[in-house]
Ligand binder design. Structure first.
Ligand SMILES: NC(=O)N[C@@H](CC(=O)O)C(=O)O
Ligand SMILES: [Zn+2]
Length: 426
């Protein structure tokens, strides 16, 4: 399969450059990258006016497979990824059973190999059954193909267990991905602690519940030397803590998600359980802190925390509905609309946080880059196309997004994995 992509605005997130170039792809690799390539090809894509960038790498996705496949499965989840321009996903272990042993890692990898080509990298649980009591067998999990450890969905309350896991993870060079929310401060609570929780007479999940655990895990990272990655950062103060810890030389990285730089807790008032997510949507001040963190590089990555739930589950009242929202099919468009079209960030800086940095954090050394010789995982999008988010069009099984009906600017046109077009917008 030979593919020629002509006249696109090629974004290289490593050098931070944008230039009009052609790409010639053979055997799954970029073999030529220059102006006016003259080569015979099986397929030619005219990318005039379009952006050509590395395939997006989403390091925080819930594929719900095994066991929760009424919400999503590996086939529909990777189809959603392809729709969203995402060519690599790392999937969380909070399935049923939990991915805490090599057999489950193999299940995910085998099923993903029969899907549409999107690369699926399983993350293994920190603790057996994600119960926070006994550590999983990190050596065996790594051997089977786990690329990181995380009990995401749950905070690891036991600091002693977390420290032991980090000592192990350091030796194995596995990053530890932390869902930071002190359980005692958030259990059974649906929304941010603040004006909305007071209006609704609900107990809230305070910002400090997140920040205190970000601080703890950063301190454990400093002590153990392990690479700690903070998942879905949602508060301004979490960003400040991480910035300070990075300055101290701690091996800490972090991600945020589109919902945390676009939406506030007020969404709960109009959208109810559809806007329920952990950590919860916060305040305008937090959004400001998150965007500052994205701009200055404190926040390394933009992930989705794609968390599919069924229509029935999300139709329950706020306090009884599960937390989470889908994101794979809207992430790029929302990010471009909020950060690029507003002039807050430049294109290569945005793309870097959706490709090169998450790939680096997960040691996926051949992903998230677009240069001569690199893997031909490529996303092509029209940065100017305006469209309206319609969950009925999703490839995901789930429809739970608070962005339904929102007008966005920037549309995925082609998703290419290993030189094969796996999604084309028509
Ligand atoms: N973010 C969420 O609200 N929910 C996620 C778990 C998680 O990422 O914490 C889920 O698995 O549904
Ligand atoms: Zn989480």
């Amino acid at each position: 399969m030979k593919l020629l992509i002509q006249h696109g605005r090629v974004v290289d997130p490593v050098s931070g450059t944008v230039s009009i170039q052609d790409l010639y792809i053979e055997n799954g690799k970029v073999v030529q990258l220059e102006k006016d390539i003259r080569q015979e090809a099986d397929q030619v894509i005219d990318a005039d006016g379009l952006v050509v960038c590395p395939g997006l790498v989403d390091m925080h996705v819930h594929l719900r497979d095994p066991g929760l496949t009424y919400k999503e499965d590996i086939f529909t989840g990777t189809a959603a990824a392809a729709h969203g321009g995402v060519t690599s996903v790392a999937c969380m272990a909070n399935t049923d059973p939990v991915v805490d042993n090599p057999e489950q890692i193999r299940y995910v990898k085998d099923k993903a190999a029969q899907a549409n080509g999107v690369h699926v990298y399983p993350i293994a649980a920190v603790s057996l059954g994600m119960r926070g009591e006994e550590p999983s067998d990190a050596d065996a999990l790594k051997k089977a193909g786990a690329i990181a450890l995380s009990d995401d969905g749950c905070n690891v309350d036991n600091a002693n267990l977390m420290r032991d896991v980090m000592i192990h993870a350091k030796r194995l060079e596995l990053p530890v991905l932390c869902h930071c929310e002190d359980t005692t401060m958030v259990e059974g609570r649906a929304v941010n602690e603040g004006s909305v929780s007071r209006q609704l007479w609900l107990e809230g999940r305070p910002a400090i519940a997140e920040e205190i655990m970000v601080m703890r895990d950063a301190m454990l990272a400093e002590e153990t030397g392990a690479h700690v990655h903070i998942c879905h950062v949602s508060t301004a103060k979490s960003v400040d803590i991480i910035r300070r810890m990075k300055k101290r030389g701690v091996a800490i990285t972090c991600e945020t998600c589109p919902q945390y730089f676009t939406l506030t807790e007020d969404e709960i008032l109009t959208q109810g359980s559809m806007a329920r997510v952990n950590p919860p949507l916060r305040t305008a001040k937090d959004i400001k802190g998150i965007i500052t963190g994205l701009k200055d590089g404190t926040i390394d990555a933009i992930a989705t925390d794609h968390a599919p739930h069924s229509a029935e589950e999300k139709s329950r009242p706020l306090t009884r509905a599960p937390s989470g929202m889908v994101g794979l099919e809207t992430s790029l468009a929302i990010t471009l609309t909020e950060l690029y079209h507003t002039g807050k960030m430049k294109l290569p800086e945005i793309i870097k946080r959706m490709t090169y940095t998450p790939a680096s954090i997960l040691h996926l050394s051949s992903k998230g880059r677009l240069s001569l010789g690199s893997d031909a995982d490529i996303t092509i999008f029209d940065p100017e196309e305006v469209w309206t988010i319609d969950p009925e069009q999703f490839a995901s099984k789930a429809r739970n997004t608070p962005f339904a009906g929102r007008e966005v600017k920037g549309k995925v046109k082609y998703t290419i994995v290993g030189g094969n077009v796996i999604y084309q917008d028509r």
